[in-house]
Design a protein around this ligand. Sequence first.
Ligand code: GTR
Length: 342
Amino acid sequence: MLSALLEERNLPPLRPRAEMLELLQTEIYGRLPAAPEAMEFTVEPDVIWRFCAGKAVCDRVTARMVVNGKPFEFPFLATIPTVPGPHPFFIHINFRPDNPDRYMPTEELIDAGFAVLSFCYNDVSSDNGDFTDGLAGVLFENGARGPEDPGKIALWAWAAHRVMDYAETLTDRLDCTRSAVCGHSRLAKTALFTAATDTRFAFAYSNDSGCSGAALARGKTGESIRDICERFPFWFCENYKKYVDNEAAMPLDHHALLAAIAPRCVLVGSASEDAWADPDSEFLCCCAAAPAFDGGFPCPDRLPGDNVAFLDGRIGYHRRPGLHYFSRLDWQRLIEFIRLHS
Ligand code: GTR
């Protein structure tokens, strides 16, 4: 039954990873900027030593760098268990700088044995069509973009790579072989692109990423490329507009985004009432990407119910009841997935 549903989508075949990365950049997200010419990290002196009842230390870090010959900096938080490591960790791309945050239950993550490094996407580049501020401002002359220049998702992903650069300097406290990048909604699209373009991430988690994230574009219900390009064209490269009402012309579909993460692990999360994201198109995307992952995607041969978790394969999928939100159950299943595959 699933194979019949997939056939209806008429998907282009998966390609070698290098080709998929090229198309993901030139057709959807834009080219990832080069790594900084120089960079240093400063742990600010206002460290919170007794965070989460003393179970963690929270460092406020500033990444200062030279990009395109110009200075750029952004802050992030590193909340790391006090007990000796190295610890598995999340790089959480968040909507707010708060810690904890409604999308980030820090104490529960610490209790589960994880560190969490988090940053607010607005501190990297604003979530709008202005390409003159933040990271965009140092990359583009007068804010003008060419057809393959990065959209905001690629800029936020680039910042997540910088946070990983920092994690790599803390080998006694953080275990990069158990690193996961995660985010919700537009920042789940970002998390997938982050891991697709940087093999240092062992895991990626997409929470309710939907259109232009983990959902197939072909045959998708709810939000379409037209909808997203009308409201958020700046998330993508200019080329992406070619596919408004023209999904069939795309030389790839979003199973390529998931497959570009293989052979590393990726978990896709949906919410049953998130029709705008289209949970079934996210699930079918996992099915279509599965051949790229060792062992494929173990799931029954039918569309899932409202509360399911298929965590046994290196590509996993879960769906929980309820609305568009990064909830506790999403985190719990992500932790279970990482434990199963570490
Ligand atoms: C919606 C958008 C989605 C999703 C979401 C979000 O309005 O259309 O693609 O990313 O925003 O990021 O909250």
